[in-house]
Design a protein around this ligand. Structure first.
Ligand code: NAD
Length: 483
């Protein structure tokens, strides 16, 4: 991709620049000299116009038949599949992940839409025996207008998991993609609209301030948000009473390795958990809690695996670790390492920007293992969102679980062991929305519930799986039908 792609807002049946003419650029994080996309910096008026369009379209869209909704969702899925190779290449340039990972995301997104197409048919109510009237029953209505606000790290997949069920339930949507990935937001929206979605049913507004305006609009009955805790807290406060909000937030995800674990397997689980997507997965591991009897051997193995990663642009065949999302993220890694060292930890590998001419124009940071971390350090408590992990010594599972549970987050957690009792105890006591035994903290089953507990999210109506998802996008009312 050589020339930047100019993305526009989608409001009603129109594609529009910002009413002020303001724009922002997104640069290739592997080579920031290249502008990949240019998108509108939407004004408050633009966001209001999008909510106007969604509100107007909601009146008729809610009465669309389930088969029509399913047909449109599967149509969008088909177009995304056909366009998948081109979209994956653009994702590499705009977001930075290696091509193999971009292909996985581009391939999984249509599957999400197929799943939610089926949900159009499965919205149910119930009947209730009653003493005083022949028929009491519940019905499942759409909420109305849904705001969808997404991060950049899975720019298609996250958004499809919100837009898909929202539309399947008969809602209209105003979608605010991350300003890091406006082109991916456009590609996803275009698939729906090209599949025949009526005007106003899906609207898209881009920009840095559009999210706050969208959330403040009382006509938006529900907001589904994935992103940082700082933004989530603002959205939670802004929504107030009477409007619903779903927050999927950050994590400080542990991998616990017990003395009986297969250490070769555990080392690869730690590396995959920590360094996939350059450590920029919400479920990525940050704390490695290792029984002291095997600590040094595991540390050595993980440091060796960290050294095998090849940093580079995601479109290079040799690359196994792409850039971070931007220069701020690289600076945040440097700050996290400096803080850990100031707190008494030591750098076992990585820790500084690569000194390689070929990477000089990109936002690269190597896999970094910090030894001698302790539970009270910032490194062990705060999300880092990059490839910097801390090794901590523990004595047995009880201490490890207590330490892992002492943080404010509860997203994903992994245990490496051969002991079934330990696995059962971990499954029962670990305070995390997703618990993995001898599996990496990262990864998702597209048809299983996904989401965090504690401050990793609102914890209700988890994303992905049928009924728990659809409850967020529907309003249940109860009818007493007399004679
Ligand atoms: P972010 O919070 O900076 O931005 C997310 C979105 O919110 C963007 O579209 C942004 O423009 C918008 N936004 C910013 N301020 C807003 C406001 N005041 N009101 C409304 N919207 C606003 O997050 P990010 O940097 O894009 O993503 C990284 C974060 O997302 C990490 O913390 C990561 O853990 C989290 N994440 C969580 C999950 C999950 O499923 N739990 C998945 C992916 C990412």
């Amino acid at each position: 991709m050589t020339t930047p792609v100019r993305v526009q807002n989608r409001i009603g049946d129109q594609q529009l620049p910002a009413s002020t003419g303001a724009e922002f650029e997104r640069r290739d994080p592997a080579d920031t000299r290249r502008v990949v996309s240019v998108a509108p910096e939407s004004s408050a008026d633009d966001v209001r116009a999008a909510v106007d369009a969604a509100t107007e379209a909601a009146a008729s869209w809610r009465h669309t038949t389930p088969s029509r909704r399913a047909e449109l969702l599967t149509g969008a899925a088909r177009l995304l599949t056909e366009r998948g190779a081109a979209i994956a290449a653009e994702m590499v340039a705009e977001e930075g992940k290696p091509l193999a990972d971009a292909k996985v995301e581009a391939g999984r997104t249509p599957r999400n839409l197929e799943l939610y197409a089926g949900e159009s048919y499965r919205l149910t109510g119930a009947t209730f025996p009653s003493d005083d009237t022949p028929l009491v029953y519940s019905v499942c209505d759409p909420v109305g207008v849904v705001g969808v606000i997404t991060p950049w790290n899975f720019p298609l997949n996250m958004a499809s998991r919100k837009i898909g069920p929202a539309l399947a339930a008969g809602n209209t949507v105003v979608f605010k993609p991350s300003p890091m990935t406006p082109l991916m937001g456009e590609r996803l929206a275009a698939a729906f609209i090209d599949a025949g979605l009526p005007p106003g049913v899906l609207n898209v507004v881009h920009g840095f301030s559009a999210g706050a305006t969208l959330v403040a609009d009382e006509r938006v009955g529900a907001v589904s948000f994935t992103g940082s805790n700082a933004t989530g807290a603002k959205i939670h406060a802004a929504m107030g009473l009477g409007r619903r909000v779903q927050l999927e937030l950050g994590g400080k995800n542990p991998v616990i390795v017990l003395a009986d674990a297969d250490l070769a397997a555990a080392a690869s689980i730690v590396a995959r958990s920590s360094f996939s997507l350059s450590g920029q997965a919400c479920t990525g591991a940050g704390r490695i809690l290792v029984d002291s009897s095997v600590h040094d051997e595991l540390l050595e193995r993980v440091v060796a695996l960290a050294g095998d990663y090849v940093l580079g642009a995601g479109d290079q065949a040799t690359t196994t670790m792409g850039p971070l999302v931007d220069e701020h993220a690289v600076a945040a890694m440097e700050a996290a390492v400096a803080q850990a060292v100031a707190d008494g930890a030591s750098v076992a590998c990585g820790g500084i920007r690569p000194d390689d001419e070929a990477l000089a124009h990109g936002c690269f940071f190597p896999p970094t293992v910090i030894a001698d971390a302790r539970p009270d350090m910032a490194l062990s408590r705060d999300e880092v969102f990059g490839p910097v992990i801390g090794f901590e010594r523990i004595e047995g599972l009880d201490e490890a679980i207590a330490s892992a549970n002492s943080v404010k987050y509860g997203l994903s957690a992994a245990l490496c062991t051969r002991d079934l009792h330990a696995a059962q105890q971990f499954a029962a006591e670990m305070q995390a929305g997703m618990v993995r035994i001898n599996r990496a903290t990262v990864g998702a089953a597209f048809n299983a519930p996904f989401g965090g507990i504690k401050q990793s999210g609102t914890g209700t109506h988890k994303e992905q799986l049928g009924p728990t998802v659809m409850e967020f996008y529907t309003v249940m009312r109860t009818i007493w039908m007399g004679n």
